[in-house]
Ligand binder design. Structure first.
Ligand SMILES: *[C@@H]1O[C@H](CO)[C@@H](O)[C@H](O)[C@H]1NC(C)=O
Ligand SMILES: *[C@@H]1O[C@H](CO)[C@@H](O)[C@H](O)[C@H]1NC(C)=O
Ligand SMILES: *[C@@H]1O[C@H](CO)[C@@H](O)[C@H](O)[C@H]1NC(C)=O
Ligand SMILES: *[C@@H]1O[C@H](CO)[C@@H](O)[C@H](O)[C@H]1NC(C)=O
Length: 364
């Protein structure tokens, strides 16, 4: 009797345990959808279509996770809880164009993790937990875009991108970068677009841009720059667009921009610049066609002179969010009187708004 009860219990346990191999992939609407994968993907015919992992919980992805030759053009492992990517994990993905690894918990990427991905357009690593990248972590990868936005990087090591190919767009925004090495961007001669916005940068080592001769767009918005040096921007001959929005600039010395031979658009908005020599700016940047200036601490007299000058030079002053209910010229806030030293932008805007509210006293 006891044995019978025992065997019934065992039977219940066996039937009640979900079949561990119950990982399925199906082909639906021109996409492979694999569900409930936790390590290895099933051996299946994977043709020239995207694959998406749905309701998957994959902690580790390594060379045994997907050893099958395939023709997939997109592989989506986002939202799978992924923490670690091992060496040579994607060598079978000869045809892959999009690798989506965003919104995971990736902390650590092995050297040569992406080796063999020869025709990628996008490597998406944004919104992970990456703190440290090792120099050469992209070795053997060819991808036009690499997105590492929304991680926890504090330092970019020397030759971080060594061994990668064809990189045109690099997004490092929304990290905690405080420090760049003068050789951080080694091997990125072809890069056209670099986003370093929303970091903690207050300094760029001289020589940083010597490897970025092809750069066209540089976004340094939302950092902590107070000033630059002669030489900071040396090497950026081909830069067309520079964004310095939301930094801590007070006196802007445009002669630091002399190396930029083709700059077309400059964004200086939302700093606390109280003195800007527009004439000097045009001498340093004769190619300038558009400038963004709003939300600096300008007196109305200075602002008027600046705007008149740019108008005479046919430089467009772009302002997408005009401040109508402030003391303003063309929607750019200003205050009456002379400003001789830097004041906080918050105080300035409050004052400009209060001054505007007092205008009705003209009727008294
Ligand atoms: C990637 O997969 C996730 C989770 O299944 C899904 O939410 C997301 O829309 C997919 N992205 C693309 C571009 O297919
Ligand atoms: C990354 O993970 C590997 C293997 O787990 C480990 O050997 C290595 O030390 C880790 N690197 C960092 C920077 O955490
Ligand atoms: C990188 O990913 C973020 C999402 O976190 C997105 O907003 C951004 O546009 C992406 N960058 C590029 C260059 O596609
Ligand atoms: C520059 O970065 C800021 C802040 O992340 C973002 O709002 C803006 O769209 C970026 N501009 C360009 C042209 O990439």
């Amino acid at each position: 009797m006891r044995e019978e009860i025992f065997s019934i219990i065992v039977l219940f346990i066996i039937i009640g345990t979900p079949f561990c191999g119950a990982q399925e992939c199906e082909f639906k609407e021109k996409t492979y959808i694999c569900e409930n994968i936790n390590y290895e993907f099933p051996n299946f015919f994977y043709g020239n279509y995207p694959l998406r992992c749905q309701d998957c919980q994959i902690q580790v992805f390594d060379h045994k996770s997907f050893p099958w030759e395939n023709n997939l053009n997109s592989f989506n492992l986002s939202f799978t809880g992924l923490e670690f990517i091992g060496q040579n994990s994607f060598v079978g993905f000869k045809n892959l164009q999009y690798l989506l690894l965003q919104n995971n918990l990736i902390k650590n990427i092995s050297k040569e993790a992406f080796k063999g991905l020869n025709q990628l357009y996008e490597l998406n690593l944004q919104e992970n937990k990456i703190r440290i990248i090792e120099a050469g972590f992209l070795k053997g990868l060819s991808s036009n875009l690499v997105n590492i936005s929304g991680n926890f990087l504090e330092i970019l090591p020397e030759k971080a991108f060594f061994g990668s190919q064809a990189l045109l767009i690099l997004d490092l925004s929304k990290n905690k970068l405080k420090q760049l090495n003068k050789d951080s961007f080694f091997n990125l001669e072809e890069l056209e677009h670099l986003d370093l916005s929303s970091n903690q940068l207050c300094f760029m080592p001289l020589g940083l841009f010597k490897h970025l001769r092809g750069l066209k767009q540089l976004n340094l918005s939302q950092n902590k720059f107070k000033k630059f040096n002669f030489g900071t921007f040396t090497g950026l001959k081909n830069l067309i667009y520079l964004n310095l929005n939301k930094n801590l600039l007070t006196l802007f010395d445009s002669s630091y921009l002399l190396p930029l031979m083709h700059l077309n658009k400059l964004d200086l908005s939302s700093n606390a610049i109280y003195n800007l020599d527009a004439n000097d700016l045009m001498l340093n940047l004769p190619t300038l066609r558009a400038i963004v200036l709003e939300d600096n601490v300008f007196s109305c007299t200075l602002l008027k002179n600046i705007l008149q000058f740019f108008k005479s030079k046919y430089v467009e002053v772009v302002n997408d969010n005009p401040r109508y209910e402030f003391f303003n010229i063309n929607g750019i806030a200003c205050i009456d009187g002379v400003i001789l030293n830097s004041i906080s932008l918050d105080y300035f805007l409050k004052k400009s708004q209060e001054d505007a509210q007092l205008l009705h006293t003209y009727c008294q």
